[in-house]
Design a protein around this ligand. Structure first.
Ligand code: THG
Length: 367
């Protein structure tokens, strides 16, 4: 057993004091910040998330802010999703692609105003790519990382808890939309979104000084709701088919391979830097794609590598995330599978760290 040495490069978050006091047991590193992965145990956290309400320090979802007359133009250069119909007050899940059509990130874009956007990023250095584009094309836009840290409130009792802090009108916020809500005299962006399928909100906490006051207010207000500190849960997110950039896809994958074709309008997304490349590959269609895959046998171990998938001894893909699901009584997983073997019901073999297991392609994710 070894420990991570503290340093300024591994940034604290506005909620780190609360996370530590709540007894965090494990972290991962994400955008050079600490992201909690376990509080009680991954399984106990999973059951609690599905039955109660949790507060998650997801400060690692850093914002890339675009501000200025060319903000909307720059945003459309980054993604093959057509943004023309997107109104201020909306959040869009957007694939970000490079000039080859490879995935650079899969953030949530938040349109604050025509000339002001936040890109709420997954784990890759998107700021550098966006600054490079803005400067290379001499765009009239400021690009930086503001002092904004998302705090997620997730679970079936999320509405009940949020009402107690922000008032009844929080219930009116629709999925993937946001409103401005006051806390301690400051207006905060609050969206109905989050990295779980259990429902809830994300509060974009602007100003690190507000972090612990808001954290403490949520825990004080939610005692009878059994509110707990939580974090994105590996089991629940695999059941729900929520992809993890760097795990389930990299810049070697197109959005179509990732199953994100429904978030692409490549024909009409004029200006998108990867548009020509995506139009070319779209003609043939993807030759591999993300699938939900059940893995037989006892609970699979955790892993820091992809597990090869085979059919009749031939390599046909890989498992990129896997966990035992208490609710579905099987190992749930996300895999990238070649076209010849991606049909529902196809039986495969997966090489796990503790031996070969049978794996079956599912019709869809579990949630
Ligand atoms: N919220 C915010 N920022 C984020 C994440 C988030 N940045 C990092 C990471 N998560 C980005 N990845 C995702 C992946 C999935 C979703 C959001 C961000 C998601 N998908 C829904 C689904 O697939 O069911 C809905 C998508 C839609 O219909 O538009 O929510 O979680 N701020």
């Amino acid at each position: 057993m070894a420990f991570i040495s503290p340093s300024r490069r591994l940034r604290r978050t506005p909620f780190s004091d609360g996370v530590e006091a709540a007894g965090v047991k494990a972290y991962t590193v994400y955008n050079r910040m600490l992201l909690p992965t376990v509080f009680e145990s991954v399984e106990a956290d999973y059951h609690h998330l599905k039955n109660h309400v949790q507060v998650w320090d997801v400060s690692v979802e850093r914002q890339v802010e675009l501000r200025g007359p060319d903000a909307a133009r720059l945003m459309q250069m980054l993604t093959p999703r057509d943004l023309r119909g997107m109104l201020p007050g909306r959040c869009f899940y957007v694939p970000i692609v490079d000039e080859t059509g490879g995935m650079l990130n899969d953030p949530v874009a938040v349109k604050l105003a025509e000339d002001r956007w936040w890109i709420s990023i997954a784990d890759s250095d998107l700021l550098l790519w966006v600054k490079g584009i803005a400067n290379g094309y001499r765009l009239d836009v400021l690009v930086d990382e503001p002092d904004v840290s998302p705090l997620a409130v997730q679970g079936p009792k999320a509405d009940e808890l949020m009402v107690r802090i922000f008032g009844e009108t929080i219930r009116d916020v629709k999925f993937f939309r946001f409103g401005l809500f006051e806390f301690e005299g400051r207006e905060l962006v609050v969206a109905r979104s989050g990295y779980s399928k259990q429902g809830g909100f994300e509060i974009y906490v602007e100003g690190a000084d507000l972090g612990m006051p808001l954290w403490n207010a949520l825990f004080a207000a939610g005692e009878d709701l059994q509110v707990r500190a939580g974090c994105p849960n590996a089991i629940e997110r695999i059941e729900g088919g929520l992809l993890s950039y760097g795990n389930d896809m990299t810049d070697d994958n197109t959005p179509h391979e990732c199953g994100l074709g429904r978030f692409c309008d490549t024909q009409t997304a004029i200006g998108c830097i990867g548009r020509d490349a995506l139009l070319r590959v779209a003609k043939e269609g993807p030759v591999q794609q993300v699938r939900a895959i059940a893995i037989d046998g006892d609970p699979v171990p955790g892993s820091d590598r992809a597990w090869p998938l085979f059919a009749s001894g031939r390599r046909v893909g890989q498992i990129t995330s896997a966990a035992w699901s208490p609710d579905y009584h099987t190992n749930v997983s996300i895999g990238m599978v070649r076209m010849t073997h991606w049909d529902t019901g196809t039986e495969l073999e997966v090489e796990t760290p503790d031996g070969m297991r049978r794996a079956t392609v599912q019709p869809g994710f579990w949630i």
